[in-house]
Design a protein around this ligand. Structure first.
Ligand code: PBG
Length: 328
Protein backbone atom coordinates (compact mmCIF):
# COMPACT_ATOMS: atom_id res chain seq x y z
CA UNK A 1 0.00 0.00 0.00
CA UNK A 2 1.60 3.26 -1.12
CA UNK A 3 0.80 6.16 1.22
CA UNK A 4 3.08 9.09 0.87
CA UNK A 5 1.24 12.13 -0.40
CA UNK A 6 -2.29 11.90 0.88
CA UNK A 7 -1.64 11.44 4.61
CA UNK A 8 -0.70 15.09 5.06
CA UNK A 9 -3.75 16.26 3.11
CA UNK A 10 -6.50 14.63 5.08
CA UNK A 11 -6.84 17.24 7.83
CA UNK A 12 -7.17 21.02 7.40
CA UNK A 13 -4.82 21.90 10.25
CA UNK A 14 -2.23 19.53 8.85
CA UNK A 15 -2.60 21.11 5.39
CA UNK A 16 -2.01 24.53 6.96
CA UNK A 17 1.05 23.23 8.78
CA UNK A 18 2.73 22.02 5.61
CA UNK A 19 1.64 24.85 3.30
CA UNK A 20 4.74 26.14 1.49
CA UNK A 21 3.55 29.51 0.19
CA UNK A 22 1.17 32.19 1.39
CA UNK A 23 0.24 35.73 0.46
CA UNK A 24 -0.43 38.53 2.89
CA UNK A 25 -1.54 42.14 2.93
CA UNK A 26 2.11 43.12 3.42
CA UNK A 27 2.86 41.94 -0.11
CA UNK A 28 0.43 44.25 -1.87
CA UNK A 29 0.82 47.44 -3.88
CA UNK A 30 -2.44 48.96 -5.09
CA UNK A 31 -2.27 50.96 -8.37
CA UNK A 32 -4.44 54.08 -8.65
CA UNK A 33 -5.20 56.31 -11.65
CA UNK A 34 -5.27 59.97 -10.71
CA UNK A 35 -6.94 62.53 -12.92
CA UNK A 36 -7.68 66.26 -12.78
CA UNK A 37 -10.92 67.82 -11.54
CA UNK A 38 -12.78 67.13 -8.34
CA UNK A 39 -15.42 64.64 -7.38
CA UNK A 40 -14.42 62.49 -10.37
CA UNK A 41 -14.84 58.74 -10.02
CA UNK A 42 -15.04 57.40 -13.56
CA UNK A 43 -15.14 53.64 -14.05
CA UNK A 44 -12.80 52.29 -16.72
CA UNK A 45 -14.91 50.42 -19.23
CA UNK A 46 -12.45 47.57 -19.71
CA UNK A 47 -11.62 47.26 -15.98
CA UNK A 48 -14.75 46.71 -13.88
CA UNK A 49 -14.46 48.28 -10.38
CA UNK A 50 -11.34 50.30 -11.33
CA UNK A 51 -11.72 54.07 -11.60
CA UNK A 52 -10.00 57.20 -12.79
CA UNK A 53 -10.05 59.31 -9.64
CA UNK A 54 -9.58 63.01 -9.06
CA UNK A 55 -7.23 63.78 -6.17
CA UNK A 56 -10.02 64.15 -3.59
CA UNK A 57 -11.56 60.82 -4.63
CA UNK A 58 -8.13 59.15 -4.77
CA UNK A 59 -7.63 60.12 -1.14
CA UNK A 60 -10.96 58.52 -0.19
CA UNK A 61 -9.95 55.36 -2.05
CA UNK A 62 -6.50 55.30 -0.44
CA UNK A 63 -8.02 55.84 2.99
CA UNK A 64 -10.44 52.94 2.48
CA UNK A 65 -7.61 50.74 1.24
CA UNK A 66 -5.49 51.74 4.24
CA UNK A 67 -8.31 50.81 6.60
CA UNK A 68 -8.40 47.35 4.98
CA UNK A 69 -4.68 46.85 5.49
CA UNK A 70 -3.00 48.13 2.32
CA UNK A 71 0.20 50.06 3.03
CA UNK A 72 1.44 50.93 -0.48
CA UNK A 73 -0.08 52.50 -3.58
CA UNK A 74 1.36 53.07 -7.05
CA UNK A 75 0.18 56.30 -8.65
CA UNK A 76 -0.39 56.89 -12.37
CA UNK A 77 -1.23 60.39 -13.59
CA UNK A 78 -3.66 61.40 -16.28
CA UNK A 79 -2.92 65.07 -17.03
CA UNK A 80 -5.36 67.60 -18.40
CA UNK A 81 -3.01 68.53 -21.24
CA UNK A 82 -0.71 66.19 -23.17
CA UNK A 83 2.06 67.49 -25.45
CA UNK A 84 5.12 66.24 -27.29
CA UNK A 85 7.45 66.33 -24.25
CA UNK A 86 4.95 65.51 -21.49
CA UNK A 87 5.21 68.91 -19.76
CA UNK A 88 2.78 68.00 -16.97
CA UNK A 89 5.27 65.39 -15.74
CA UNK A 90 7.98 68.06 -15.53
CA UNK A 91 5.99 70.54 -13.47
CA UNK A 92 6.04 70.79 -9.69
CA UNK A 93 2.29 71.40 -10.03
CA UNK A 94 1.66 68.47 -12.35
CA UNK A 95 -0.98 65.90 -11.50
CA UNK A 96 1.34 63.45 -9.73
CA UNK A 97 3.21 66.08 -7.73
CA UNK A 98 -0.12 67.45 -6.47
CA UNK A 99 -1.46 63.96 -5.79
CA UNK A 100 1.61 62.91 -3.81
CA UNK A 101 1.53 66.02 -1.63
CA UNK A 102 -2.19 65.64 -0.96
CA UNK A 103 -1.98 61.94 -0.17
CA UNK A 104 1.02 62.40 2.15
CA UNK A 105 -0.88 65.08 4.03
CA UNK A 106 -4.00 62.90 4.41
CA UNK A 107 -2.74 59.30 4.78
CA UNK A 108 0.80 59.88 5.97
CA UNK A 109 1.62 56.25 6.74
CA UNK A 110 0.80 55.03 3.21
CA UNK A 111 3.86 54.30 1.06
CA UNK A 112 3.59 56.16 -2.23
CA UNK A 113 5.20 54.59 -5.29
CA UNK A 114 5.10 56.73 -8.44
CA UNK A 115 5.28 55.45 -12.00
CA UNK A 116 8.01 57.25 -13.92
CA UNK A 117 7.23 57.34 -17.62
CA UNK A 118 6.04 59.67 -20.34
CA UNK A 119 3.40 57.69 -22.21
CA UNK A 120 0.62 59.07 -20.01
CA UNK A 121 1.81 62.64 -20.59
CA UNK A 122 2.78 62.82 -24.26
CA UNK A 123 0.35 63.46 -27.11
CA UNK A 124 2.01 60.72 -29.19
CA UNK A 125 1.71 58.17 -26.35
CA UNK A 126 5.30 56.94 -26.48
CA UNK A 127 7.31 56.46 -23.30
CA UNK A 128 9.78 59.27 -24.02
CA UNK A 129 10.95 61.88 -26.50
CA UNK A 130 10.51 60.77 -30.09
CA UNK A 131 13.46 61.47 -32.39
CA UNK A 132 11.89 62.99 -35.53
CA UNK A 133 14.64 61.54 -37.72
CA UNK A 134 14.09 57.91 -36.72
CA UNK A 135 10.53 58.04 -35.38
CA UNK A 136 11.84 56.04 -32.43
CA UNK A 137 12.23 57.04 -28.77
CA UNK A 138 15.53 58.87 -28.12
CA UNK A 139 17.08 56.97 -25.23
CA UNK A 140 19.43 59.56 -23.78
CA UNK A 141 17.18 62.59 -24.25
CA UNK A 142 14.48 60.63 -22.41
CA UNK A 143 16.86 59.84 -19.52
CA UNK A 144 17.32 63.56 -18.89
CA UNK A 145 13.57 64.09 -18.70
CA UNK A 146 13.08 61.04 -16.47
CA UNK A 147 15.59 62.44 -14.01
CA UNK A 148 13.68 65.72 -13.88
CA UNK A 149 10.43 63.81 -13.35
CA UNK A 150 12.09 61.75 -10.58
CA UNK A 151 13.19 64.86 -8.70
CA UNK A 152 9.70 66.33 -8.92
CA UNK A 153 8.26 63.15 -7.41
CA UNK A 154 10.97 63.08 -4.74
CA UNK A 155 10.43 66.71 -3.80
CA UNK A 156 6.68 66.13 -3.58
CA UNK A 157 7.29 63.37 -1.03
CA UNK A 158 7.11 60.07 -2.93
CA UNK A 159 8.53 57.05 -1.08
CA UNK A 160 9.78 55.11 -4.10
CA UNK A 161 10.03 55.87 -7.80
CA UNK A 162 9.26 53.23 -10.39
CA UNK A 163 10.71 53.83 -13.87
CA UNK A 164 8.60 51.92 -16.40
CA UNK A 165 9.81 53.24 -19.74
CA UNK A 166 12.49 50.62 -20.46
CA UNK A 167 15.24 53.05 -21.45
CA UNK A 168 18.76 51.63 -21.34
CA UNK A 169 20.86 52.93 -18.45
CA UNK A 170 17.89 54.43 -16.65
CA UNK A 171 18.62 53.14 -13.17
CA UNK A 172 22.20 54.45 -13.01
CA UNK A 173 21.04 57.77 -14.42
CA UNK A 174 18.24 58.15 -11.88
CA UNK A 175 20.45 57.06 -8.98
CA UNK A 176 23.01 59.72 -9.85
CA UNK A 177 20.33 62.40 -10.19
CA UNK A 178 18.67 61.47 -6.88
CA UNK A 179 21.96 61.25 -4.99
CA UNK A 180 23.15 64.53 -6.49
CA UNK A 181 20.03 66.25 -5.17
CA UNK A 182 20.38 64.71 -1.72
CA UNK A 183 17.72 61.99 -2.12
CA UNK A 184 20.14 59.22 -1.19
CA UNK A 185 17.42 57.30 0.65
CA UNK A 186 14.92 57.25 -2.21
CA UNK A 187 14.60 53.66 -3.45
CA UNK A 188 14.11 52.72 -7.11
CA UNK A 189 11.72 49.94 -8.08
CA UNK A 190 12.68 49.28 -11.68
CA UNK A 191 10.30 47.78 -14.21
CA UNK A 192 13.40 45.75 -14.97
CA UNK A 193 11.80 43.00 -17.05
CA UNK A 194 8.90 44.46 -18.97
CA UNK A 195 7.60 42.63 -22.01
CA UNK A 196 5.93 44.24 -25.03
CA UNK A 197 2.56 42.78 -24.14
CA UNK A 198 -1.01 42.79 -25.32
CA UNK A 199 -2.03 42.45 -21.67
CA UNK A 200 -1.57 46.23 -21.21
CA UNK A 201 -4.59 46.93 -23.42
CA UNK A 202 -7.04 48.00 -20.69
CA UNK A 203 -4.37 50.16 -18.98
CA UNK A 204 -3.93 52.16 -22.15
CA UNK A 205 -7.68 52.81 -22.00
CA UNK A 206 -7.38 53.80 -18.38
CA UNK A 207 -4.45 56.17 -18.90
CA UNK A 208 -5.20 57.19 -22.49
CA UNK A 209 -1.66 56.14 -23.32
CA UNK A 210 -1.87 53.98 -26.44
CA UNK A 211 0.85 55.03 -28.92
CA UNK A 212 -0.49 57.17 -31.76
CA UNK A 213 1.89 55.48 -34.18
CA UNK A 214 4.08 52.40 -34.10
CA UNK A 215 4.37 50.23 -31.01
CA UNK A 216 6.70 49.73 -28.05
CA UNK A 217 8.81 46.89 -29.41
CA UNK A 218 11.92 49.06 -29.75
CA UNK A 219 12.08 49.48 -25.98
CA UNK A 220 10.00 46.70 -24.36
CA UNK A 221 11.11 43.07 -24.47
CA UNK A 222 10.11 40.20 -26.70
CA UNK A 223 7.76 37.76 -24.94
CA UNK A 224 9.87 34.99 -26.44
CA UNK A 225 13.10 35.86 -24.60
CA UNK A 226 13.76 34.60 -21.08
CA UNK A 227 17.58 34.81 -21.05
CA UNK A 228 17.44 38.41 -22.18
CA UNK A 229 14.79 39.10 -19.53
CA UNK A 230 17.07 37.89 -16.76
CA UNK A 231 20.06 39.76 -18.16
CA UNK A 232 18.16 43.05 -18.26
CA UNK A 233 16.89 42.70 -14.69
CA UNK A 234 20.37 41.80 -13.44
CA UNK A 235 21.76 44.83 -15.26
CA UNK A 236 19.27 47.04 -13.41
CA UNK A 237 20.24 45.40 -10.13
CA UNK A 238 23.90 46.10 -10.90
CA UNK A 239 23.06 49.73 -11.66
CA UNK A 240 21.48 50.06 -8.23
CA UNK A 241 17.81 49.12 -8.54
CA UNK A 242 16.45 48.34 -5.08
CA UNK A 243 13.44 46.32 -6.23
CA UNK A 244 13.17 44.39 -9.52
CA UNK A 245 9.97 43.64 -11.39
CA UNK A 246 8.54 41.17 -13.87
CA UNK A 247 5.61 42.44 -15.90
CA UNK A 248 3.13 41.06 -16.93
CA UNK A 249 2.93 38.32 -14.33
CA UNK A 250 0.77 35.35 -15.29
CA UNK A 251 2.31 34.34 -18.60
CA UNK A 252 5.84 34.96 -17.23
CA UNK A 253 6.08 33.04 -13.96
CA UNK A 254 9.00 31.04 -15.33
CA UNK A 255 10.90 34.32 -15.57
CA UNK A 256 9.96 35.20 -11.98
CA UNK A 257 11.32 31.87 -10.80
CA UNK A 258 14.53 32.17 -12.82
CA UNK A 259 15.09 35.72 -11.62
CA UNK A 260 14.49 34.66 -8.01
CA UNK A 261 17.32 32.19 -8.41
CA UNK A 262 19.80 34.71 -9.81
CA UNK A 263 19.02 38.05 -8.12
CA UNK A 264 19.14 38.90 -4.44
CA UNK A 265 16.91 42.00 -4.53
CA UNK A 266 13.21 41.85 -3.71
CA UNK A 267 11.11 40.99 -6.77
CA UNK A 268 7.73 42.48 -7.61
CA UNK A 269 5.28 41.02 -10.09
CA UNK A 270 2.87 43.33 -11.87
CA UNK A 271 -0.49 41.60 -12.26
CA UNK A 272 -1.44 43.89 -15.13
CA UNK A 273 -4.67 45.36 -16.42
CA UNK A 274 -5.40 42.64 -18.99
CA UNK A 275 -4.89 39.91 -16.41
CA UNK A 276 -7.28 41.73 -14.10
CA UNK A 277 -9.89 42.13 -16.82
CA UNK A 278 -9.70 38.47 -17.81
CA UNK A 279 -10.48 37.33 -14.30
CA UNK A 280 -13.22 39.88 -13.72
CA UNK A 281 -14.92 39.06 -16.99
CA UNK A 282 -14.79 35.33 -16.31
CA UNK A 283 -16.14 35.67 -12.75
CA UNK A 284 -19.52 34.28 -13.72
CA UNK A 285 -17.97 31.05 -14.98
CA UNK A 286 -15.69 30.21 -12.04
CA UNK A 287 -15.47 30.47 -8.28
CA UNK A 288 -13.97 33.96 -8.41
CA UNK A 289 -12.52 34.13 -4.90
CA UNK A 290 -10.94 30.76 -5.26
CA UNK A 291 -9.32 31.62 -8.58
CA UNK A 292 -8.08 34.92 -7.17
CA UNK A 293 -6.46 33.13 -4.24
CA UNK A 294 -4.82 30.65 -6.62
CA UNK A 295 -3.40 33.46 -8.72
CA UNK A 296 -2.00 35.25 -5.67
CA UNK A 297 -0.41 32.16 -4.18
CA UNK A 298 0.97 31.34 -7.63
CA UNK A 299 2.90 34.61 -7.63
CA UNK A 300 4.39 33.83 -4.24
CA UNK A 301 5.19 30.23 -5.18
CA UNK A 302 7.04 31.51 -8.25
CA UNK A 303 9.22 33.64 -5.98
CA UNK A 304 7.66 37.09 -5.91
CA UNK A 305 7.97 39.18 -2.76
CA UNK A 306 5.64 41.97 -3.85
CA UNK A 307 2.38 41.83 -5.83
CA UNK A 308 1.18 44.91 -7.68
CA UNK A 309 -2.49 44.28 -8.36
CA UNK A 310 -5.79 46.01 -9.06
CA UNK A 311 -7.32 43.18 -6.99
CA UNK A 312 -5.54 44.45 -3.85
CA UNK A 313 -8.66 45.42 -1.92
CA UNK A 314 -10.41 42.19 -2.89
CA UNK A 315 -7.36 40.28 -1.70
CA UNK A 316 -7.55 42.02 1.70
CA UNK A 317 -11.14 40.89 2.00
CA UNK A 318 -10.18 37.32 1.11
CA UNK A 319 -7.53 37.37 3.80
CA UNK A 320 -9.96 38.80 6.36
CA UNK A 321 -12.34 35.95 5.59
CA UNK A 322 -9.55 33.42 6.13
CA UNK A 323 -10.34 32.26 2.63
CA UNK A 324 -6.92 31.13 1.43
CA UNK A 325 -6.37 29.06 4.55
CA UNK A 326 -9.78 27.56 4.12
CA UNK A 327 -9.27 26.34 0.57
CA UNK A 328 -5.61 25.34 0.26
C1 PBG B 1 3.70 52.97 -18.56
C2 PBG B 1 3.06 51.77 -18.00
C3 PBG B 1 2.23 50.82 -18.62
C4 PBG B 1 1.79 49.96 -17.61
C5 PBG B 1 2.40 50.37 -16.43
N1 PBG B 1 3.19 51.47 -16.69
C6 PBG B 1 1.72 50.73 -20.01
C7 PBG B 1 2.57 50.37 -21.15
O1 PBG B 1 3.76 50.07 -21.04
O2 PBG B 1 2.01 50.44 -22.24
C8 PBG B 1 0.83 48.84 -17.77
C9 PBG B 1 0.10 48.45 -16.54
C10 PBG B 1 -1.08 47.56 -16.76
O3 PBG B 1 -1.38 47.08 -17.87
O4 PBG B 1 -1.79 47.34 -15.77
N2 PBG B 1 4.74 52.77 -19.41
Amino acid sequence: MFRRFRRLRLNGNMRSLVRESAFSKDDLIYPLFVTYGSGVRREIASMPDVFQLSIDEMILEARAAYAEGIRAVLLFGIPEVKDSVGSDALSAHGIIAEAVRALKAEVSDMLIFTDLCFCEYTDHGHCGIVDPKTGSVDNDATLELLSRQALIHAEAGADCIAPSGMMDGVVAHLRAALDGAGFVNMPIMSYSTKFASGFYGPFRDAAGSAPEFGDRRSYQMSPANAREAIAESLEDEAQGADILMVKPALAYLDVVRALRESASSPIAVYNVSGEYSMLKNAAAFMDYKRVLAEVMVGFKRAGADIIITYHAREVCRLIDEGYACAIF
